[in-house]
Ligand binder design. Structure first.
Ligand code: ADE
Length: 231
C-alpha cells in the first residue's frame, strides 16, 4: 500500500521541494508515496479569483474564505475518503513521532496549508480539520510545515529506510536524545574519538552511549524524562 498525500496550498510550486531528493525522492520514484499539490486559488469563484478577505471584527491581515477552501477540500477528498485532513497551524497540537508513525500506517493525508492570518473557523469545524503545529514559532505559511511533516512520515514508511533498525534507535523513538557520533579520522584538530568507541568492547560502547544519551537529555530536554503530565 502506498501513502497518498494531497496538499492544498496557494504555492503548489513549493512541492515536492526537498522531498524530490534523497531518501524521499527514491520513495516517490518507487511509488511508495505520492504528493499532489493543488492550488486553492483554482476553486475561487469571483473574477478576481480571491481566496481571502478581511477579518470579521477588524484587525490586521487576511483570512482564508471558508467557501473557497471547502470547495477545494471536497474536490480532492470526497466523503468516502478515509484519509485524515490536517491543517498546518501554529496553534495546532504539536506534531510528535507517535503521530508521525500513525499517519505513516494509514492511507495518506489531505494537508491544508494556511496563509495570511489564518483560516475561517467554520471550515475547520465543518470539514473536521485536525490542526497540527511543528513547533512553537510562527512561519509565514503552512508549506514548510507540511514539507516537514511529510519528510518525517516518508522516512518511516515500510521499505524507505535502508536499515530496519536505524529508525527506532533515534531520539523520540527511545524517549531520549541520541548520543554523539564519530567517524574517521581518528584525530581531528587535536580532538580524538573517545577511546571506548574504538575499544571493540561492545558492552562498554553500549553503556557509554546510554550514559551520553541520558546526560544530553537531562541538559537539553529534561521534559522528555519527566512522567507525562499532559491531560
Ligand atoms: N504555520 C505557521 N506556523 C506554523 C507552525 N509552527 N506549525 C505549523 N504550521 C504553521
Amino acid at each position: 500500500m502506498s501513502f497518498r498525500a494531497t496538499v492544498l496550498t496557494l504555492y503548489p510550486d513549493m512541492f515536492p521541494g526537498h522531498l524530490g531528493h534523497s531518501l524521499a525522492g527514491r520513495a516517490l520514484e518507487r511509488g511508495d508515496v505520492s504528493i499532489e499539490a493543488v492550488n486553492i486559488r483554482d476553486f475561487a469563484t469571483d473574477r478576481h479569483r480571491s481566496v481571502d478577505d478581511t477579518p470579521a471584527g477588524g484587525g490586521a491581515g487576511m483570512v482564508i474564505r471558508p467557501d473557497v477552501l471547502a470547495t477545494a477540500i471536497d474536490a480532492v477528498s470526497p466523503r468516502d475518503d478515509s484519509r485524515p485532513r490536517l491543517l498546518m497551524s501554529p496553534r495546532g497540537r504539536p506534531l510528535t513521532q507517535a503521530r508521525v508513525r500513525e499517519l505513516a500506517e494509514g492511507p495518506g493525508a489531505v494537508i491544508v496549508c494556511g496563509r495570511f492570518e489564518g483560516v475561517d473557523q467554520r471550515v475547520i469545524e465543518a470539514r473536521d480539520l485536525e490542526e497540527v503545529s511543528i513547533g512553537d514559532y510562527v512561519l509565514s505559511g503552512g508549506e514548510p510545515a507540511a514539507l516537514t511533516l511529510l519528510d518525517a512520515v516518508i522516512r518511516v514508511l515500510p521499505g524507505v529506510m535502508g536499515n530496519a533498525q536505524s529508525g527506532t534507535q533515534e531520539s523520540f523513538e527511545t524517549g531520549q536524545l541520541e548520543h554523539p557520533h564519530y567517524t574517521r579520522p581518528q584525530v581531528f584538530e587535536d580532538r580524538e574519538i573517545p577511546a571506548v568507541l574504538t575499544s571493540g568492547n561492545h558492552k562498554a560502547i553500549e553503556a557509554w552511549r546510554e550514559a551520553e544519551s541520558l546526560r544530553l537529555t537531562r541538559a537539553r530536554r529534561p521534559d522528555l524524562l519527566e512522567p507525562d503530565e499532559t491531560p
